[in-house]
Design a binder for this molecule. Structure first.
Ligand code: SAM
Length: 420
């Protein structure tokens, strides 16, 4: 087994890599000593990377002392320091400048209604006159850095000027970022070239590529009509959905759930049912809208009911939301009446979901039977044909709205119906 004192440079390199993987007492000190006497340019980066791999305060201190002697060493140092750095701290928003927000495609109007003075920009993007607080119907807040021709990634990056200090205060006066290219298929080489160009362009502007510990995402998005570069600050913890301590496979995105809860809302004292509640996201988002609502959830899966129970408790809503194991198609599982129904129906990917048409028919029957006059139900599923056919046959329920929502790469149908 080669050692850090090996006569052959290749042996010393192999020993450094192995030590980086193994770590343990004395590993950092040994690498530090070896690096001090190592003269072979292609061995030194492996020793630096090994220090990064070991991590911890001692490795961080050792890495801080190193002055890079070559490009390869600079790159290794960047990676290693990135690895040992802690969470990004020392950042805050500066003022309340106008910003954009990413929102669910198909639900932009709901996000605008929640925000107040916001405007539609394009699918999935709204503009806000000043930085908002606490909105539930947005994915993120973002700043537009540059726009260019479709697929003109390099040209758009080259021309970009990131005046991030107008929005963000940084104690260190630099902004660590994580680079990403979205919606574009490129080779690894093309991606690396673009990343290198981004580093060269943005480094003089006070931006540091730091993929493990960053305060903002720098996203190059390949839209059909343009290439856009967004700065998406991430230094503020997003506590909005902290109640989601448990998840089920088919959980709805909580931002989408917050939008759907607003679409079905009839009043501040509604009785609400979710007949296929999963982890309870829709119920919780609806309950958070109005303190006078009482809500019940049903799910056929014990795992889902356990998840929902945990989430409801974490949200502090156990007094108003009751969830129970049952069949949402079974009339006996429903309350005798309700004002609102929120149903994110199973899409049919799981074993319990066989005979979906039958389940949908029974759930729509339960909605028609229990919904109070003037009450509203929202159905959310990819099975458009089944829903459309059922609603056509259900005279008591009038479709007042139908739309498609894009989420997680899937297009989902949404119907809001009202009991006449
Ligand atoms: C799309 S998921 C709902 C996800 C939920 N909105 C969330 O955020 O977690 C559909 C749920 O329907 C449940 N399900 C399937 N068949 C059911 C039935 N007959 N009665 C009640 N729930 C059922 C599944 O267990 C699953 O949790």
């Amino acid at each position: 087994m080669p050692t850090l004192h090996d006569e052959s440079p290749q042996g010393r390199r192999i020993a450094a890599i192995a030590l980086g993987k193994r770590g343990g007492a004395g590993a950092v000190a040994a690498l530090r000593t070896a690096l001090a006497r190592e003269e072979v340019a292609w061995v030194r980066p492996s020793m630096i990377l090994a220090l990064g791999k070991i991590g911890g305060d001692e490795a961080r201190a050792a890495l801080a002392e190193i002055d890079a002697r070559s490009d390869a060493e600079t790159e290794a140092l960047r990676k290693a320091r990135d690895r040992v750095s802690g969470p990004a701290v020392g950042f805050s928003w500066r003022g309340d400048a106008p910003v954009f927000a990413a929102v669910p495609v198909g639900l932009e109007d709901v996000a605008i209604a929640e925000a107040g003075r916001a405007t539609f920009v394009r699918r999935g993007i709204i503009a806000l006159p000043s930085r908002p607080r606490g909105l539930r119907c947005i994915y993120d807040l973002r700043i537009l850095i540059a726009e260019g021709d479709p697929r003109a990634f390099a040209e758009t990056v080259k021309r970009a000027e990131v005046r991030w200090r107008e929005w963000i205060h940084s104690e260190s006066d630099v902004l660590p970022y994580r680079f990403s290219l979205e919606n574009a298929r490129v080779t690894k080489q093309e991606f690396n070239d673009l990343l290198r160009l981004a580093r060269e362009t943005f480094s003089p502007q006070g931006l540091v590529d730091s993929p493990s510990s960053y305060a903002a995402m720098l996203r190059v998005e390949a839209d059909a009509d343009a290439t856009r570069i967004w700065l998406v600050p991430t230094f503020e913890a997003d506590e909005r959905f902290a109640y989601r301590v448990n998840d089920v496979g088919a959980s709805i995105n909580p931002v989408v759930a917050a939008c759907l809860a607003r679409l079905v809302r009839r009043g501040d004292r509604s009785g609400v049912v979710d007949p296929t509640c999963g982890s309870g996201t829709l119920l919780i988002e609806r309950a958070l809208l109005d303190g006078g609502t009482m809500l019940s959830g049903i799910d056929i899966s014990p795992t889902a009911i356990r998840a929902a129970t945990g989430n409801v408790i974490a949200a502090g809503l156990a007094a108003r939301i009751a969830v129970r194991l049952g069949d949402g198609g079974d009339a006996a599982a429903w309350p005798t009446q309700c004002d609102e129904v929120l149903a994110n129906l199973p899409f049919g990917m799981r074993t319990e979901d066989r005979n979906l048409d039958g389940l949908y028919r029974r759930i729509v029957g339960n909605i028609a039977r229990t919904l109070n006059p003037g009450g509203r139900a929202l159905l959310y599923t990819t099975h458009a044909k089944t829903v459309v056919a059922l609603l056509r046959r259900t005279a008591k329920l009038q479709v007042i709205e139908e739309r498609r929502v894009e989420t997680g790469g899937v297009s989902v149908g949404l119907w809001v119906v009202e009991r006449g």
